[in-house]
Design a protein around this ligand. Structure first.
Ligand code: UDP
Length: 322
């Protein structure tokens, strides 16, 4: 099977590429290297360095006997999306439409998409299953839910089948050390914790300690990227076996608070992490917790030992110390 991984040089994408190659698939990566990195390139994969807004380049990539597309090329910072929605509208929404049109033109029928728990907004109940109302409270989350609607229409009108994987919080690094690219300007919690522990930044903020949670800080469901990557391989196989379109949560059903993450990292790494409490960040729900039933039922997938929080912290710390 020949898979086009759009955004395959990025953090999640490079873990996905490794998993596809390990499963004997042919891989072409299409990435503009805006956040991806050549350091993440794998021998055995082909690389095209270009942008999803460049339609001729995208069409050329899609014309090369592609069996399925995995689309991970998107802007991903909740806070930034509230300040610069225009970046998110163009890259995420226009980019996805370009991909759908190019897939239609060249008869590529299977699409795996990196969606997000951010589509749900403030939980009405936890753990959240896929039937939870969709009410994003960040522009980032809106772009993901909007793209899912385009996919539904292109399924109905063009027969493109999709699996939209709604990631909860993707964290951790390949345990063999094969993915080394660090986030260049991190906005997510764990890379910021790492940079603070390393002394790259002198201190970090915990956004909000007045939420209605046991310690007042936000609770998230952290899932290791190696586990996420495995779900993508399963989704490719599911669609190639004739599976119908699906939206599927990928999480652990376990919550960790921001404060717990920081203090656990301090303990495991053995360094003081200088933090202070700051106001809430716009667009942050107090708690995100995934139900893992559907992933198990449809893909036979559940989070493995990699997603243990200690392993998440230590596998990340290892890469920050290469
Ligand atoms: N967070 C924080 N300080 C930071 C970065 C993130 O307190 O410097 C918090 C953020 O407010 C959220 C949690 O950590 O409650 C996870 O944020 P992240 O950006 O990693 O992922 P998100 O949940 O937005 O997808």
């Amino acid at each position: 099977m020949h898979i086009l991984v759009i955004g395959g040089a990025g953090y999640i994408g490079s873990h996905v590429v490794k998993a596809l190659l390990k499963n004997g698939m042919d891989v072409t990566v299409f990435d503009n290297l805006s956040s991806g990195d050549r350091i993440n390139y794998f021998q055995g994969a082909e690389y095209i360095e270009d942008d999803i807004l460049n339609i001729p380049a995208l069409e050329k990539a899609l014309s090369n006997n592609i069996d399925a597309v995995i689309h991970l090329a998107a802007k991903k910072a909740v806070g930034e999306s509230m300040e610069k929605p225009e970046l998110y509208a163009v890259n995420n929404i226009c980019g996805a439409i370009n991909i759908l049109n190019a897939m239609s033109k060249f008869g590529v029928k299977n699409l795996i998409f990196s969606s997000s728990a951010a589509v749900y907004g403030i939980p009405e109940y936890v753990p959240m299953d896929e039937n939870h109302p969709i009410n994003p409270i960040s522009f980032y989350g809106f772009t993901k839910s909007d793209m899912e609607k385009y996919f539904e229409w292109y399924d109905a009108l063009k027969g493109i089948k999709f699996v939209s994987l709604r990631y909860f919080n993707a964290v951790g690094y390949d345990e063999d050390g094969d993915v080394k690219g660090l986030d260049k300007n991190p906005q997510n919690l764990l890379p910021i914790v790492m940079e603070t522990a390393k002394g790259i930044r002198s201190q970090m903020s915990i956004f909000g300690n007045d939420y209605d949670t046991p310690d007042g800080t936000c609770i998230r469901d952290y899932i290791h990227v190696t586990d996420l990557a495995d779900a993508h391989v399963r989704a490719v196989k599911y669609l190639s076996d004739g599976g119908k379109s699906q939206k599927i949560n990928l999480g652990t059903e376990k919550g960790v608070s921001v404060l717990e993450m920081v203090t656990r990292a301090e303990k495991l790494i053995g360094k003081k992490i200088n933090f202070s409490f700051a106001p809430r960040r716009a667009g942050d729900p107090p708690i995100l917790l995934s139900s893992a039933h559907k992933a198990k039922e449809v893909l036979g997938w559940s989070a493995g030992n990699s997603s243990d929080i200690d392993n998440i912290i230590l596998s990340t710390w290892k890469v920050y110390n290469l």
